[in-house]
Unconditional design. Sequence first.
Length: 414
Amino acid sequence: MSRPAATARSPRVGRVPGWLVLVSILILAFNLRPAVNALGAVMPELRADTGLSGGAAGLLLALPTLSFAILGIGAPALAARIGSHRTVLLAVLAMIGGQLVRSLLPGIPMLFIGSVLTLAGIAVGNVLLPGLVRLHFPNSVTAVTAGYTVLLTSGGAIGAAVTLPLERSFGGDWRLGIGLWALLAGLALLPWIATVIAVGRPGNLQQGPRRIPVSQLRRSRVAWAMAGYFGLQSLQAYVMFGWLPEILVDAGMTDQQGAFQVFILAAVGIPIAAIVPWLLGRMPNARVPMTAMALCYLGGYLGLILAPNTTTWLWSILIGLGGGAFPTALTLIALRARTPGGTISLSAFAQSAGYLMASAGPILFGLLHDWTGGWTWPLIMLCALVVVHLFVGLTIARPRYFEDDLPALAPATA
């Protein structure tokens, strides 16, 4: 299959040791989901304590996608001004500060403000990581992508699994549960400070062709298809991470049992995140894995409709297998652009437009539950969206580059 153009054979770029960049990328990736999934784990307790309605809770659960959509779009411009590495360092500081705000300061407004600040940092990391991989590891894109998606998925699984046990072992409430993850984010500071020092001035790295303005990508069919595929898989994920515990609590489980099912579906994604990028780097197209993932999603949702309290572990596993669409989307972002600059632009466009689309999911899911008094119709909505997701994905399953839709950019990206 066609592969992204490589501009170097060594993972060392400029004066930056490849091992240092790799460590920095991996530890950042591990921090990009615990703060999100921990909120879903404490949601039944949070709602009981604060009295949030289903719609308001849905809005809180939609904040990740809304924040990623709105705040992630500015990441390429900021990175172009101060450098990608410095931008990521600022993102880590925002993640730490935001988690402290929402856990230490009282009041629902502070919960929302702290969440937005935390999610702003995560949004920047989401957007810039694929471009940094292309820049520093041009001949190992799928391998490094597999590594960081495994850790990203692992962080999400751990956040879902241990938030409640840790909270209760320390005798705290839901605020302690979501605040503990600021300590994990603090571990990312040292390697990113070291990386920024090693890079020095932003111009010290030869980053190849100029970055492509994100606004130009709206004319690319590949870019829109990437945004649709990324957005619809994000919608599925954030609905499940946010609402699955409450679905299962209503079916008769305890809140810890419901949170453990989220851990199962997230944990299933860990080996999938390792396999999918490797697989996509060796297949002529992605149709077969895309179709298999969609069928797994459908099987899991139908199981929750028909027998939510019977073989629940099976439904969680199937939904987790469907979640392989996430590493598929991240890998295709790196494989559907020709340069590191193009990868950052495609990442920003696909994630911003995609997360904006996905932000409606948790809200609509909560509202449908409020209107119908049950979970059947919300889950039927997800089944219908899985079909759309598969259709959009098949349009980008075969190798192609978004720059080819924009002839004016061809000389700059050849």
